[in-house]
Structures are given as structure tokens and as C-alpha cells.
Design a protein around this ligand. Structure first.
Ligand SMILES: [Cu+2]
Length: 178
């Protein structure tokens, strides 16, 4: 009778060892990263994007910002020319949607949650962008003109097209592979 639990457990052991073998193979997910800077060039933190299945895992860690709530987006052009960073273009929007998660016609692929910055000037967001690729497919994040992460002076209202009434651009970082 005791043989049955052993037999049913055996496939699980085999599957686990197969997983271990697979993860030991060097096949790191594609990544893109950016160093955020203010208009004067001083550092404002980092952004890291990792391919996670068929979506993007985004982590932004900011420093040196005014306490309060700040919009954070991925913008469509990988250029951060000061002082206003308009060179980064509008929001990354390969599916031609309107702005904002609360907009019935939204949202942009580059729309992300607001970031709360504390009294020490630091803040962070972690977010998953669904159905997006760093370097593959018809509309990759890192297309010919690249992409940038932009932090705004104010909060995003998650509704107003095209940019959520988020005010000026206070930090910007060009995303680059790796
Ligand atoms: Cu923006």
C-alpha cells in the first residue's frame, strides 16, 4: 500500500529536477535600464525594465525629488535634452490609445502609476506593463528612436489626454539595453 504515495510523488521529483536543469542554462531575460537626471544633469535615480513573459516589469527608484506625488511615464523617444526634456516626445503609445488608465479610450503603453516621494526626496514604483516587448515584435520598447523614462512635477490624473495634467518634466533617463 505504501508504494502508491511514492509512485505519485515520483513525477513531481522528476519535474522539479527538469526545472533546475532549465534554470541553470544561461538564458537571462532581456533588460533595459536608465539613469534618471534633472535638467542640470544631477542624478535623480534609476529605472530598470525586465522582460517578464510577454510583458515588462518596470522598477523606478528616484532620489532628490520634491516631496509629493509625481507622474512617471515611459516616453516614446530616447532623448533627454534639457531643460524641459520635450525631446523625449509624448508617451510611448504603440497601440494609438488615449492617455490614462481611467480613460475609457485609454491607456498608453507607457502610462504607469503615480510615485509618492517622501520627505527624504526618494520614491519608487514597481509596475507590470502587459503585452510589451523590449526588443522584439512589431512595436518594441527599444525601437529605432528608443524610449525614455520621465518623472513629472505633478501627479497624473490618469484621465486627461495626452499627458494626465502632470506638469513639467523634472527628471529624464534614456533607456538602453542591458
Ligand atoms: Cu510623462
Amino acid at each position: 500500500m505504501k508504494i502508491f504515495p511514492f509512485l505519485t510523488a515520483l513525477p513531481i521529483v522528476l519535474a522539479a529536477s527538469a526545472c533546475a536543469t532549465t534554470s541553470a542554462t544561461p538564458s537571462a531575460a532581456p533588460t533595459a535600464s536608465a539613469k534618471l537626471a534633472a535638467a542640470d544633469g544631477s542624478a535623480r535615480g534609476t529605472a530598470m525594465v525586465t522582460q517578464a513573459g510577454d510583458g515588462l516589469h518596470v522598477v523606478v527608484k528616484a532620489t532628490g525629488l520634491t516631496p509629493g506625488i509625481h507622474a512617471v511615464h515611459i516616453h516614446t523617444t530616447g532623448q533627454c535634452a534639457g531643460p524641459d526634456f520635450t525631446s523625449a516626445g509624448g508617451h510611448w503609445n504603440p497601440t494609438a490609445r488615449k492617455h490614462g488608465k481611467d480613460n475609457p479610450a485609454g491607456m498608453h503603453m507607457g502610462d504607469m502609476p503615480n510615485m509618492t516621494v517622501g520627505s527624504d526626496g526618494t520614491g519608487a514604483i514597481e509596475y507590470h506593463i502587459a503585452d510589451a516587448m523590449i526588443g522584439e515584435g512589431a512595436t518594441p520598447l527599444l525601437d529605432t528612436d528608443g524610449a525614455a523614462v520621465v518623472v513629472h512635477a505633478q501627479a497624473d490624473d490618469n484621465m486627461s489626454d495626452p499627458a494626465g495634467n502632470a506638469g513639467g518634466r523634472v527628471a529624464c533617463g534614456v533607456l538602453a539595453a542591458g
